[in-house]
Ligand binder design. Structure first.
Ligand SMILES: Cc1cc2nc3c(=O)[nH]c(=O)nc-3n(C[C@H](O)[C@H](O)[C@H](O)COP(=O)(O)O)c2cc1C
Length: 160
């Protein structure tokens, strides 16, 4: 089998982007960044309020058209920052737009330290798929080398 791989991700401050790009480079996967049409979250400390509010309100922002179709892939990695102990609203939009089934799924999240129910909530939306691994990194941009080591050993440990 061809075993095509894709990393679907959203990133606000670049941590998840860093992880997604490195995973794509290491395993030779395609990258699909989710981008809301409207940039509603302020780029200052108020981001916690507005971002958290979006999560609590279960908002699903409209995304720019997806440039790749995850249905064309065998393995799908989904990477998100943790917001309010959960996955981010653009990932909620993705789950609504794309119903994945019978895929091999890797879950990745970046947090400040507390991921809460991020993975549990993602898995709820992904029933009917096989979860091949979970990776939680804390502020990976603060220690890029250590993060790369963690990413590499995780990728070696899971069966992609
Ligand atoms: C709106 C908002 C809510 C957040 N909520 C949490 C949280 O519940 N738990 C946590 O550990 N970190 C939380 N964080 C921190 C981010 O998860 C962390 O900085 C992450 O690395 C950001 O990823 P990014 O750079 O890809 O956007 C929050 C950040 C924002 C902006």
């Amino acid at each position: 089998m061809a075993n095509k791989k894709i990393i679907v991700y959203y990133s606000f401050d670049g941590n998840t982007k860093f992880v997604a790009e490195n995973i794509a480079r290491i395993i030779n996967a395609d990258l699909l960044e989710l981008k809301p049409v409207r940039d509603e979250i302020p780029r200052n400390f108020m981001k916690y309020f507005w971002g958290g509010r979006q999560v609590f309100m279960k908002r699903k922002p409209i995304l720019l058209p997806l440039t790749l179709d995850p249905q064309d892939y065998d393995a799908v990695f989904i990477a998100t920052p943790v917001w309010a102990f959960n996955y981010t609203p653009p990932i909620a939009s993705f789950f609504e737009a794309v119903k994945l089934e019978k895929k091999r799924i890797g879950l990745i999240c970046c947090s400040g330290g507390m991921k809460g129910k991020t993975f549990e909530n993602m898995k709820e939306k992904l029933s009917g798929n096989e979860i091949i691994g979970e990776l939680h990194l804390k502020e990976p941009l603060r220690s890029k080398e250590k993060s790369l080591e963690k990413i590499e050993s995780w990728l070696k440990a899971i069966e992609i």
